[in-house]
Design a protein around this ligand. Structure first.
Ligand SMILES: Cc1ncc(COP(=O)(O)O)c(C=O)c1O
Length: 364
């Protein structure tokens, strides 16, 4: 057996496998010839399902990845001279290799509290609007759940969306982890993004293999199908992307996957809070735990586990739909063992001398 099949890491939910039901759905749509570029019956089914969930005006565009979803979503609702208002922690700003800028967007960033934007900050950025020398804010992009592992509650989302609309902007929700927020809040996917004009709906991090969808709710958004092709996000064999999304929506698999990931983050945070010298630095409201570890611990822990550095002295530990309690407990035992004054736990996995090939080079 390939050993990576036993491995669970904390680098990113992107590192998790695809859910067996997603793989089964892929097998089910496989075989035979079907119309391409979204004209297949499975994409029609997905479109119908999305309309049931998000409202009859919803239009669905299955795409390859989250960065592409964000770019297509922003292009769909903004004129060419628009600027995008987003959090300074937004993936859009920090982790997309300037893709929004390549697409011609100026990003206007705002500071956040634990990753969440504050609606009272928006008016200030709009103050100089209509001045031809300034980039014109045209869309607010918020991330649900946020890059710092928090979730906006429905009232916070509504207040932000109302304020953005009052200022004449559209609202984009980067929902790469919308499922985690909705599961945490005990609400539906649509409610977790209420007020949005366009949503990047994540699947990959929620148990999908490859693919996301752009959900356009703005009836005025025009030419989105053309933009999808022009932005290289139109899969020819769309049925395979649609099948994954259908599988996640079927029987609310998205919710059970997210509940598991979130519960494992809670377990991890609770355990870390009990280790002397460890501090959980943001509220844990989705499937990521940000923690500051005692000096030297992260370096030693890295010999066995993968995770991301997130600013000075802070690491990000991320759980996924397939993280098991014993995976979390193993990591906790290792942190306890390595922490000064920590309890040396004989059940802790031995810290290996060298990192295994699987632990190298993960991107979050
Ligand atoms: C919040 C958020 N948005 C968008 C993306 C982009 O997804 P992809 O890597 O599929 O382009 C990520 C990826 O980690 C993400 O965390």
């Amino acid at each position: 057996m390939r050993t990576h099949q036993l491995r669970r890491d904390f680098a990113s939910d992107n590192c998790a496998a695809a859910h067996p039901k997603v793989l089964a759905a892929l097998a089910e749509v496989d075989g035979g010839h079907l119309p391409s570029y979204g004209a297949d019956p499975y994409t029609s089914l997905l479109e119908e399902r999305v309309r049931e969930l998000f409202g009859q005006q919803a239009r669905t565009f299955p795409v390859f990845n989250g960065t592409g979803a964000n770019i297509l979503a922003l292009q769909a609702v903004t004129p060419r001279w628009s600027a995008v208002v987003c959090a300074d922690a937004a993936h859009l700003h920090t982790d997309e290799c300037g893709a929004p800028e390549h697409a011609g967007f100026k990003l206007l960033t705002l500071p956040t509290t634990d990753g969440r934007l504050d609606a009272t900050d928006l008016a200030d950025i709009a103050r100089d609007a209509r001045n031809r020398h300034r980039a014109q804010p045209g869309v607010l992009s918020l991330t649900q759940s946020t890059e710092l592992g928090t979730s906006y509650d429905p009232i916070e989302v509504a207040v932000l969306a109302d304020e953005a609309h009052r200022l004449g902007w559209k609202v984009h929700v980067d929902g790469a982890r919308l499922a985690n927020a909705a599961a945490r809040l005990g609400i539906g996917l649509a409610e977790a993004a209420a007020g949005a004009d366009v949503i990047s709906l994540g699947a990959t991090k929620n148990g999908g293999m490859i693919g996301e969808a752009v959900i356009v709710l703005d009836p005025d958004a025009d030419g989105v199908g053309f933009l999808q092709k022009a932005s290289t996000q139109l899969p020819s064999k769309t049925r395979y992307v649609s099948a994954q999304l259908l599988a996640l929506l079927d029987g609310d698999l998205w919710r059970s996957n997210a509940i598991q990931a979130n519960a494992m983050a809670d377990r991890l945070a609770a355990g870390l809070r009990g280790v002397p010298g460890v501090r959980v630095v943001h509220p844990v409201e989705a499937n990521a735990v940000f923690a500051s570890l005692p000096a030297g611990v992260a370096e030693q822990l890295r010999a066995t586990y993968s995770f991301s550095d997130w600013g000075p002295g802070v690491v990000r530990l991320m759980t996924a739909w397939d993280t098991r309690p014993e995976d979390v407990d193993g990591l906790l035992a290792a942190v306890r063992t390595l922490s000064p004054g920590g309890v040396h736990d004989s059940t802790a996995p031995a810290v290996q001398e060298a990192s295994s090939p699987e632990s190298a080079g993960f991107l979050a």
